[in-house]
Design a protein around this ligand. Structure first.
Ligand code: ACO
Length: 375
């Protein structure tokens, strides 16, 4: 094999078959189990989309009610995990907190984590508990008392309530619900692939999600939306977008929130979030972010021909509805855990150990020397 035959980053390698998610990179379409994300964002809820991703079909009203109740009932953090969370330094990275919590939870819930168990119960438990863990950590670092599990609230409403004591408006809750729908799955992205690699050894669901959270933590995967907000701080006003972009491009810097490995046109999630950024901005009487982002889009398209991705508008929505910047990537995890677990369950159904090969480029003729003889 020659070095040029190596598929670095597994780019363009098709590693498995899946029924969960389809990305049409040229047409700018994203489907979950065959349903267009635009229809789901306009008409569905996060709970319904979770059911769709796990079971492969839309739920009947009774099935949705049952799933919603089960999710709400599984929010409680077990005492053993609370003790661990209480010992975590208050300035820890929230992604480290999430990863540690999922890993520790496996110890307190061994039944759910039997190797190879194809357990939707485990998927529900992890999905239900991530907002509780983040809320517990965030309230603790701010000196607020923990929130009770509030089974009356939807997943999105509970997540916002878990963070602080403000009562979010229905529009803020809907904006988060849509953002959660849009982030719930994206085919074989790096964290989902990591989850499937772990599952392909017949390891358990919680281990797979622990791998996925560690993978999402990296700035090349989660995290671009927080850097978009930093860019907006730098730009400050729409009329300064051109100057700041040109300056950054002249320094060969990337403009966050633009470009995508798979989409060659606008990411459909960006189209939907743009509209939500405007709506939430209007409701909060603050269109600064929206207007600056619109100006930014125009300049980046003119200068580089690049289109927005999902990260361009999400940070503006999160900021306006009260999610702090260091919880942006954890919010991604709160949603993507549905996709991770759906993929792990699919992996268990069609299991093949994922084990690629490396092209060896080191020496092959070395001989052992005694320590004293080594230079
Ligand atoms: N800003 C400036 N230039 C860019 C950008 C950008 N955001 N994205 C791509 N380019 C340019 C590159 O510099 C390169 O130009 P060149 O050919 O003149 O060197 C060309 O476009 C192709 O770039 P690649 O890195 O090969 O494109 P790839 O498809 O691999 O990159 C990526 C995809 C990593 C997302 C890239 O567009 C990027 O860095 N974007 C900014 C970070 C970001 O927004 N990430 C979130 C992605 S969505 C998600 O993960 C949830």
């Amino acid at each position: 094999m020659a070095s040029e035959d190596v598929q670095r980053g597994l780019e363009d390698v098709v590693a498995l078959e899946s029924r969960i998610c389809f990305i049409d990179g040229k047409g700018g379409r994203l489907l979950y189990q065959g349903y267009d994300i635009r229809e789901l964002a306009a008409r569905s809820t996060f709970e319904e989309v979770a059911y769709l991703l796990w079971y492969g079909r839309l739920p009947t009203p009774a099935q949705l009610e049952q799933l919603t109740q089960r999710l709400a009932a599984l929010r409680e953090i077990p005492p053993g995990l609370r003790e661990i969370l209480d010992r975590i330094p208050k300035d820890s990275s929230p992604m480290d907190v999430l990863r540690t919590a999922v890993s520790a939870l496996a110890i307190f819930e061994p039944e759910e984590t039997k190797p190879g168990a194809s357990s939707i119960g485990g998927a529900l438990r992890l999905t239900a508990i991530l907002p509780s863990v983040l809320g517990y950590y965030h309230r603790r670092r701010r000196g607020l008392p923990p929130l009770p599990s509030r089974p009356d609230l939807s997943h999105a409403a509970y997540f916002l309530a878990a963070l602080d004591d403000r009562a979010p408006s229905p529009l803020d809750v809907k904006a988060l619900d849509v953002a959660l729908i849009l982030h719930a799955d994206h085919e074989l992205n790096a964290s989902t692939f990591a989850a499937r690699v772990t599952a392909s050894t017949l390891s358990d669901l919680y281990s797979a999600v622990t791998s996925a959270i560690g993978t999402l933590k990296g700035p090349l995967h989660g995290g671009a939306n927080a850097r978009v907000m930093d860019l907006l701080d730098d730009i400050r006003a729409p009329e300064r977008a051109e100057e700041v972009v040109k300056d950054r491009l002249a320094k060969h810097e990337r403009i966050m929130g633009f470009g995508h490995r798979v989409y060659k046109v606008e990411d459909p999630r960006a189209t939907i979030l743009r509209e939500w950024s405007r709506q939430v901005g209007e409701a909060h009487h603050d269109l600064r972010y929206y207007e600056t982002l619109r100006a930014l889009e125009g300049v980046v398209h003119r200068e580089k021909g690049l289109y927005p991705n999902v990260d361009l508008y999400s940070g503006s929505v999160y900021t306006l509805i009260g999610i702090p910047e260091d919880l942006f990537t954890p919010t991604f995890a709160v949603s993507r855990v549905v996709g991770w677990t759906a993929h792990v369950l699919e992996e268990y159904q069609d299991l093949r150990l994922i084990r690629p090969m490396a092209h060896y480029i080191g020496p092959t003729d070395l001989h052992y020397t005694e320590p004293a003889e080594r230079a």
